[in-house]
Design a protein around this ligand. Structure first.
Ligand SMILES: Nc1ncnc2c1ncn2[C@@H]1O[C@H](COP(=O)(O)OP(=O)(O)OP(=O)(O)O)[C@@H](O)[C@H]1O
Ligand SMILES: [Mg+2]
Length: 475
């Protein structure tokens, strides 16, 4: 298997990475080359064998024919007839030659000097040999047989030869034709695979062209999956899924930006308004002090929004609570509750801490207290005067759970899952005890703190009591 982590060798990397078309063309050229080369080699070997067999059969038949007559020629008179017959045969077919060699020069035939001087090689070790005659481009195929002495004639060696030129010419022509045909075939394979690749990749090109039209303004546009081939529809589906998620994130970001602008606009408008009124006429030092005091409150508000936003942004980027220490939850809860002593007194409210007061967990205590403060603040803000607020601590399998419960108007089902969204307020027009309304970031921070501790936030509203809390991982 190809290991994707293994880099390809450079000679393979360039053309293959550049384009799928180039890749397909290269592959089909390589396979065409292989197929044509293989077919050429097989055909050439078969043809060569068949031609040789044909030559051998011809030589064998001719050798048989004349051997019969030579074996019976035992005197010069009969030999004369043999010579005449051989001369006639040679004249009739220019490609055939005969040589008869023996001790007695009367019973010989043909130009034996060439036969003796020439270089004879056995073809494949079989009975057909090759005779290289001077001045001839191709060797002559020969077959030799020894005939025993008869009457006056001594033992002779009969050799039949056939000119190898047609045989070699045919082999050469075939080789040339096969090579030309193969090259043509490869060129055709390259051209056709180029067109096939282009036609096959047309849907991909259409898809890219469509994808180029997607802009932040047209985020609702989707790739049409039905008109695409099966293989690409999987890709288009994945692409559409990614687009959907981007659209969601983008919409959220836009809403978030609008919220930030909106939240900052009010305190800024207050600041500007107050400053303008203050500057409109002469004021005493005391009056200016009052204005600056009020401005400072607005500036504080802006700073707290910005701080909360920065904290949420860091948590969004995956920042976890790193400075975690083991702590007893009941202790941290009590410290936080103590902080609200005066506020509780003012509203004649009481907070009780109940549940598993021995529970411990690894936590960044400052973050834990910040989240719990937000919950207590909300509980105080949304409870009637003299209410009893309960904080429950519970140990679960891998987490510990803190819930702040206060009596109050039920929170509608539809709001519950959205309470933890940034800037989300059930009734944004409603003002709290201080006459100002919150930013809607308190519960978003609770959710972020829970996530940074490997837990989650939750909210219930039953029987006139609202329970909002969070879990954190034990370790
Ligand atoms: N204990 C509760 N009882 C009833 N409603 C609640 C309670 N806690 C939160 N809510 C609702 O959830 C909304 C979001 O709360 P969150 O703490 O995020 O924002 P906030 O209190 O309005 O502003 P901030 O906490 O940033 O000053 C609140 O506006 C309120 O409508
Ligand atoms: Mg709040």
């Amino acid at each position: 298997m190809n290991d994707p982590a293994q880099p390809r060798p450079p000679w393979l990397r360039l053309p293959l990475r550049q384009s799928i078309t180039a890749r397909l063309v290269l592959m089909s050229a390589a396979s065409a080359l292989f197929i044509f080369a293989l077919a050429g080699i097989v055909l050439y070997t078969v043809l060569k064998g068949e031609l040789m067999r044909h030559e051998r059969d011809g030589l064998f038949t001719t050798l048989n024919d004349i051997s019969y007559q030579i074996s019976r020629a035992g005197n010069t008179e009969r030999w004369g007839r043999v010579q005449l017959k051989l001369a006639t045969l040679t004249q009739a077919d220019q490609h055939v030659s005969f040589w008869i060699d023996g001790k007695d020069p009367r019973f010989t035939f043909g130009d034996l000097t060439h036969l003796h001087a020439s270089h004879i090689t056995e073809d494949d070790g079989k009975s057909v040999g090759r005779l290289h005659l001077p001045g001839r481009q191709y060797p002559v195929h020969i077959m030799t047989r020894t005939l025993p002495a008869f009457e006056e004639r001594p033992e002779v060696q009969v050799t039949v030869g056939v000119d190898g030129a047609p045989y070699f010419e045919m082999r050469r022509t075939f080789l040339l034709a096969t090579t030309v045909f193969s090259l043509l075939g490869i060129v055709l394979a390259v051209i056709s695979s180029y067109w096939i690749a282009r036609a096959g990749l047309a849907p991909l090109r259409r898809m890219s062209a469509r994808a180029q039209n997607f802009t932040p303004r047209k985020l609702s546009a989707r790739m049409p999956v039905e008109s695409l081939p099966e293989e690409l529809s999987v890709l288009a589906d994945a692409f559409n899924g990614a687009l959907g998620r981007i659209q969601e994130a983008y919409t959220q970001l836009e809403a978030f930006n609008a919220d930030v602008a909106h939240e900052l606009r009010t305190p800024l408008a207050n600041l500007i308004g107050e400053t303008q009124v203050a500057l409109a006429r002469e004021r005493s030092a005391g009056e200016f002090k009052g204005v600056l005091q009020s401005n400072l409150e607005e500036l504080d508000r802006i700073r707290s929004i910005i701080n909360d936003m920065l904290f949420l942004a860091r948590s969004d980027q995956g920042e976890a609570a790193t400075a975690r220490v083991p702590a007893r939850l009941a202790d941290e809860v009590q410290k936080t509750v103590d902080f609200f002593e005066f506020l509780l007194d003012d509203a004649s409210m009481i907070i009780t801490v109940a549940g598993d007061t021995d529970a411990t967990a690894m936590m960044e205590t400052a973050l834990f207290k910040r989240a719990l403060s937000n919950l207590i603040q909300n509980a105080i803000q949304h409870s009637p005067v003299g209410a009893l607020i309960r904080i429950d601590i519970a140990s679960q399998e891998e987490t510990v759970r803190v819930a702040v419960t206060n009596p109050g108007a039920a929170i509608d089902e539809q709001h519950l899952p959205r309470l933890f969204d940034r800037f989300y307020r059930v009734d944004s027009a409603r003002q709290d005890i201080n006459g100002s309304h919150g930013h809607g970031l308190g519960l978003a921070i609770v959710k972020a703190v829970a996530r940074m501790h490997g837990g989650r936030a939750f909210a219930y509203s039953t029987g006139g009591h609202n329970s909002i809390g969070f879990t954190i991982a034990r370790d």
